[in-house]
Design a protein around this ligand. Structure first.
Ligand code: SF4
Length: 259
């Protein structure tokens, strides 16, 4: 009898152990922020402080006109701004206008891009994009989201970079990896997908802040609130941040699970 009772007790313990084992092998979910999302007033107070701290925040892709900006932004996918800035001067010298790049040989453009990832696909995209600018937009970069996302290699994020930086008329908030991570750490969102994070940010902040919001968060993410080692002690909003001094696992991409 006593043995049977002991056996019954063991079964739930075994179940718990196997659940724990499953939890170890399953892909871990990113952790949600430790407090409720900020109200709009709270979020704007945080942003005001961050903006004052990063008063020089701006788009760090070197460009001199909307055409160069859209090309540089397309090239920056899966690459760094520093790397893109290294290759674009030579690219823009060789192909200064959409008409010039539209007529370029794919192999010659590839040769100028081969230091960055996916350079063949990017070469194809920027030639195609230039052709479309020439054929459909008189050689100019269009000013609407709908027209921009029809260009090869241009998605919503790139389109909003161009609309915000070149024309001052963003139709959304640019959510890159820094904006995603820091919005989660600051409690601006509990979402993990860029499209949903963008919706939360658009509700929290007025349209006139959308462009600068992403520049400031990107500056903050590159200089202080880095993915691996956020410098909370040096952060100007550490008294307002729900993740301060415990942010290492908040807003980070889950580790890859080997199978
Ligand atoms: S306090 Fe830490 S986690 Fe919060 S925004 Fe600043 S650096 Fe990032």
């Amino acid at each position: 009898m006593a043995a049977r009772k002991a056996e019954k007790k063991r079964v739930p313990a075994q179940k718990a152990r196997s659940k724990a084992a499953l939890a170890v092998t399953a892909r871990p979910k990113p952790k949600a922020p430790v407090r409720k999302p900020k109200t709009s007033a709270d979020a704007r107070a945080v942003f005001t402080k961050l903006r004052a701290h990063h008063h020089d925040a701006h788009c760090e892709l070197d460009h001199q006109n909307p055409f160069q900006l859209v090309i540089a932004t397309v090239l920056s996918a899966q690459s760094t701004d520093v790397m893109v800035n290294r290759i674009t001067p030579e690219l823009f010298r060789a192909y200064p206008t959409p008409a010039a790049l539209a007529k370029a040989e794919q192999s010659e453009v590839e040769a100028k891009l081969n230091q960055i990832g996916m350079f063949r696909q990017k070469a194809r995209n920027i030639i195609g994009l230039s052709k479309r600018l020439v054929e459909h937009h008189g050689g100019n970069v269009p000013r609407s989201l709908t027209e921009l996302v029809e260009l090869p290699g241009v998605g919503r994020k790139t389109a909003n970079v161009v609309l915000g930086v070149a024309f001052g008329t963003p139709e959304g908030v640019v959510v890159d990896t820094h904006v995603q991570r820091i919005s989660q750490r600051l409690g601006f969102t509990r979402e993990t997908e860029p499209v949903e994070i963008e919706q939360d940010l658009m509700k929290l902040f007025p349209r006139e802040d959308w462009d600068m919001l992403s520049h400031v968060l990107i500056f903050h993410g590159r200089r202080i609130c880095t993915a691996r080692s956020p410098a909370c002690a040096a952060c100007p909003v550490n008294e307002l941040c729900p993740s301060a001094f415990r942010a290492e696992n908040v807003g980070r991409k889950p580790p890859r699970v080997r199978t």
